[in-house]
Design a protein around this ligand. Sequence first.
Ligand code: HEM
Length: 243
Amino acid sequence: MLCVMSQETWEPPLSQPVLPGEARTDYERYLNSEELLSLQKGPEEWVHRDELLFQVVHQSSELWLKLAWNDTGAAAELVGGDDLGGALRLLRRASMCMRFITGQLDMLEQMSPWEYQEIRKVLGHGSGFDSPGVKALRPAMARLGEAFHAARERSGLSLLDVYVHGRDNEQLYQLAEAMMELDEWMQTWRIRHYRVVARVIGEHVIGTQGTPVEILGRLIHRVEYQELWDVRNELTAKSQAEG
Ligand code: HEM
C-alpha cells in the first residue's frame, strides 16, 4: 500500500475512504451507489431486457421531480420572506428538471411497442397517477402561486400592473415569468408524455389503472397558473382598446 508521509504528520492516502460506511470508496459511500444500482430488477427477474430502460427512465424522472418540488417549495418560502431573487434562482432549476424529464421520454420510444406489451403485463395496477414526484410538485406550485399573489398584493399591484409596469417591478415580473416557465414545462411534459403513450400503447386503449388514454389527451390542457395565461388575453385586449 502507498502511504503519503510528511516529515511531521502522517496522512492517510487520498484514495482511502474516510466517510462512514462499508463501500470500497467514498464515491460509493456518499452516493449510496450500491443501494441505488440495486433498485432495478436484474436479468434473472426480467420478463424483457427493456425493463431496465423502463425502470431507469421512471426512476430518474422521480429523482428530477424530487429536486423540482423541493426547489419549488423552497422558492415559495423565499417569496413569503420577500426574497424574490433567491426564489428565481431555485425556479430556474425546477424548470430545468422538467426539461430533463421531458427530454428523457424520447428513450421510451426506443422500445418496440409489441415487446413493451410483455413489460406491461408485470406492472400490476401501477400508474403514473401515483407518481410521488408529480403528486408533490403540484401542491408546491400551488403554494408558490399563493406566495406570489400575496407578494404582489403587498406591492399594491394587480396582475395586469405586473406586466404593464414590468420594468418598474422587475423582480415581480421576473417571478411571474419564472412561474410561467415552470408551468409551460409541466404542460410540455404532459403533451410529450401523451404522444409517447399513444406511440407505445395506442390512443384508444385503457391504462393499467383503468384510465382511457383519451383522458390523457384532455389533461394536456391543464395548467397550474391559469391566471398567468389569462392575463395575456387582458394585455391584448388592453392594447387593442388603447389603439
Ligand atoms: C412507455 C411509457 C409510458 C406509458 C405507456 C405510460 C402510460 C400512461 C397511462 C396509460 C396513463 C393513464 C393512467 C393509467 O395508467 O391508467 C399515464 C399517466 C401518467 N403517467 Fe405515464 N406512461 C409512461 C411513462 C411515464 C413516465 C416516464 C412518467 C414519469 C414520471 C409517467 C408519469 C405519468 C403521470 C404523472 C401520469 C398521470 C397523468 C398526468 O399527470 O398527466 N409516465 N401514463
